[in-house]
Design a protein around this ligand. Structure first.
Ligand code: SF4
Length: 257
C-alpha cells in the first residue's frame, strides 16, 4: 500500500549517505520555510534528485537551485503538444543557464496506437485523462523510477480544490513503488503568483512569452487558453470539462474523493 506523510515512522534511504531519516521530522523542520531553504535542504539530502520544469514560472526553481549547487538535474515533459512558445522557452532556459534539460517523451508505440484509434483531439470528447496518462504520466513515471526524490513547482494558490494541503516535503504516494519510496519537495508551495513574478523580475529570470499574451497556467496548446483579468489561472486549463479538480495526474495524490 502507498505510504503517506501520516505514517509515523517513515524511513528513507538516500543514495548519498545511505542513512535513514524520518520524513515527518524533515517536514517539521521545513514547515513554512522559504523556497530557498527548502530547496537547499532537498539538494543536500539527495544526490539523485531532479527538478521538474513545466516550461512556465517554475523556472524560479532552476534559478534558485543553480545558486545553491552547480550540479542540478532538470527534466521537462515534452508531450508533443506544447505551444511553439514553450518549446522556444525551454531552449531559452537551457541556453541562459547553460544546463541540460532532459525532455521526457511518450512511449512511441502506445502513442501511435492511441492516436490511430482516437485521433489527435479525443480529449475534447471523453476527457483529458487518457491523453495525459500517455503523454505525461507514463513518461514521468518512467523518469521517477530513476531518482530518489524530485522537486516540483506546485503552489497552493494554483488550485483551491487540489493544492491547499500540499506540504513542503512528502512521500510521493502516487509514484512510490512497493519496494521504493520516492520523496517530493514543493519549495514554492507557500508563494503566491505575485511573489514568483517579483522574483522573476528582480533576478532577471527568463519567462515564457505566453505570459505576455494572457496565459497564466501553461500546459499543452490544445488544452490551455488565456484567461481574463481576475479569472483564476486554472480556468484556462481543460475549460470544456466540468468540475474543479483539474489535475493531469502528475500530482494525483492531491486528488481526494
Ligand atoms: S494537456 Fe491535453 S494534449 Fe496535453 S497530454 Fe493532457 S490531454 Fe493531452
Amino acid at each position: 500500500m502507498a505510504m503517506t506523510l501520516s505514517d509515523s515512522i517513515q524511513l528513507i534511504k538516500t543514495n548519498k549517505t545511505m542513512t535513514s531519516f524520518n520524513i515527518q521530522s524533515l517536514q517539521s523542520e521545513l514547515a513554512d520555510k522559504n523556497p530557498r531553504t527548502i530547496l537547499k535542504k532537498a539538494l543536500e539530502q539527495f544526490d539523485n534528485i531532479a527538478i521538474s520544469f513545466s516550461g512556465a514560472e517554475d523556472v524560479v526553481l532552476i534559478d534558485m537551485a543553480l545558486k545553491i549547487s552547480n550540479n542540478v538535474s532538470v527534466f521537462s515533459l515534452d508531450t508533443g503538444r506544447l505551444h511553439p512558445e514553450t518549446y522556444r522557452y525551454i531552449e531559452k532556459v537551457r541556453k541562459h543557464y547553460q544546463i541540460d534539460i532532459e525532455l521526457l517523451t511518450p512511449d512511441r508505440d502506445v502513442l501511435d496506437a492511441f492516436v490511430k484509434s482516437k485521433g489527435l483531439f479525443s480529449f475534447y470528447d471523453d476527457g483529458h485523462q487518457q491523453c495525459c496518462g500517455i503523454r505525461k504520466v507514463e513518461p514521468l513515471q518512467r523518469k521517477l523510477t530513476q531518482v530518489d526524490a524530485w522537486i516540483t513547482g506546485q503552489r497552493k494558490d494554483q488550485s483551491l480544490d487540489t493544492r491547499q494541503d500540499i506540504p513542503e516535503v512528502q512521500i510521493d504516494s502516487a509514484f512510490s513503488g512497493a519496494d521504493r519510496t520516492l520523496v517530493k519537495f514543493n519549495p514554492l508551495l507557500n508563494w503566491s503568483s505575485a511573489q514568483v513574478w517579483d522574483y522573476i523580475e528582480a533576478h532577471q529570470v527568463p519567462y515564457n512569452e505566453l505570459h505576455e499574451k494572457g496565459y497564466i497556467s501553461i500546459g499543452c496548446e490544445p488544452c490551455t487558453r488565456a484567461v481574463l483579468p481576475n479569472q483564476h489561472e486554472r480556468v484556462g486549463r481543460w475549460w470544456w470539462e466540468s468540475g474543479s479538480k483539474k489535475e493531469c495526474g502528475l500530482h494525483a495524490a492531491n486528488l481526494k474523493d
